[in-house]
Write a protein that binds this ligand. Structure first.
Ligand SMILES: NC(=O)c1ccc[n+]([C@@H]2O[C@H](COP(=O)([O-])OP(=O)(O)OC[C@H]3O[C@@H](n4cnc5c(N)ncnc54)[C@H](OP(=O)(O)O)[C@@H]3O)[C@@H](O)[C@H]2O)c1
Length: 357
């Protein structure tokens, strides 16, 4: 992380001017226009000409499309701007590898950019090294500017790439007495329309929805992301069922939606390894209680989204199966991140604290 220096009375990250910080905030806005799902990060880039005026803007629109820097260079070219001597302000270190597109470091060098201000260092060992190549090419590079904000914009992607496995969100739709189904196994619906719509938005932002065979057999779910009027949204996450039992041929999971994968294992780590192999960066585990407990016990839940409904069931399955907690000191504690009313329900987003060994 960059150290800080005093600049006109305010604390600025070392090396970045006030105008560059303002520009970087604009680049964060641009980055957020990109899709939250998919194997690639959300990245924004702004080019400043020699006089400090913006001459090009770009963001990454998803795998296979130009990276933000290349999009910004194209924008500058389309408007007849000279990029020689320009400053590129980017939310992520320019990549240095050829994947579906070429290295951004090379594109910036070829465009004659003389300075790069970047927020987050690329955690991807395959793509990193852009800053070094640029420096070797004579470009001044300032890195680590507004890094915390930059990581927030990158979201689950940053965590997934750094840890080499998908970021896992565990979603629960829970009655006030902690249950996810009534005594007969029915669970439609515990939460309100508003909460369920929110859940569909979440689905549209992830790469995979994961359930156990118990849920697949009891609920016959579609596991699709839908709009308020029931239409399928454009991006449909992979549908993943974990467990050994076969799904019936007529299961709704075979209907329209994302590709269906069954993983015949009980090991959450194996599930995540298989999903990482399919370029899944963000997996949404939607239960049931057995699978939820397995992921929690394995320490493989990064965030919990609990939709709490003002309803009491008195009997029926509890949200999470056995965690091996026998006394209150062993409880799995979570830190709340966000609490949001959703119609009659409340969404609690919280992150599990690492358990002491
Ligand atoms: N309200 C909600 O948010 C919500 C969400 C989901 C489900 N539910 C409710 O939950 C109930 C289903 O509960 P459930 O616990 O049976 O569902 P589950 O967790 O989806 O599935 C459990 C099954 O998955 C397999 N499995 C996968 N990993 C496992 C592991 N590590 N250990 C043991 N088994 C593993 C096993 O089946 P195999 O024998 O096939 O391997 C196991 O029987 C339904 O009533 C459903 O309506 C509610």
């Amino acid at each position: 992380m960059a150290t800080s220096t005093q600049h006109r009375g305010s604390v600025l990250p070392a090396g970045a001017s006030g105008a560059e910080l303002t520009t970087l905030r604009r680049a964060f806005e641009l980055a957020r226009r990109g899709p939250a799902h998919g194997p690639n990060p959300r990245v924004g880039a702004v080019l400043l000409g020699r006089d400090g005026a913006t001459i090009g803007e770009g963001w990454h629109r998803g795998a296979g499309t130009p990276h933000a820097e290349v999009a910004a260079l194209a924008d500058a070219a389309a408007h007849g701007h000279d990029t020689r001597g320009a400053t590129a302000v980017v939310t992520l270190e320019p990549c240095d590898h050829t994947g579906r597109t070429g290295p951004c470091s090379v594109a910036l060098l070829e465009a004659g950019v003389s300075r790069v201000v970047a927020s987050v260092q690329d955690p991807n060992p395959v793509a990193a090294g852009g800053a070094d190549r640029l420096r070797r090419g004579g470009v001044e590079v300032v890195m680590g500017v507004l890094e915390e904000e930059g990581r927030t914009v990158l979201g689950p992607w940053f965590h997934a790439v750094r840890h080499g496995r998908p970021f896992v969100t565990l979603k629960l739709a829970v009655s006030l007495d902690g249950r996810v189904a009534a005594a007969d196994g029915t669970s439609r619906w515990i939460t309100s329309d508003v909460a369920r719509r929110h859940g569909h938005e979440l689905r549209s932002q992830v790469d995979a929805i994961v359930v156990g065979t118990g849920t697949a057999l009891a609920d016959d779910p579609e596991l699709t992301a839908r709009t308020a009027d029931g239409a399928l949204v454009e991006h449909q996450p992979l549908r993943v069922v974990v467990g050994l039992r076969d799904l019936p041929a007529g299961a709704r999971l075979h209907g329209p939606g994302g590709p269906l994968v069954q993983l015949r294992t009980h090991e959450p780590a194996d599930v995540l390894e298989a999903l990482a192999g399919r370029e899944v960066r963000h997996a949404l585990v939607e239960g049931g209680p057995t699978l939820a407990a397995a992921f929690l016990r394995a320490g493989l839940v990064d965030e919990v989204h609990a939709y709490l409904a003002p309803v009491l069931l008195g009997a029926g399955r509890l949200a999470v199966g056995d965690l091996g907690v026998t006394t209150i000191d062993e409880a799995l504690r979570l830190d709340p991140v966000h609490v949001q009313p959703l119609g009659p329900d409340v969404l609690v987003v919280a992150t599990p604290r690492p358990r002491e060994a």
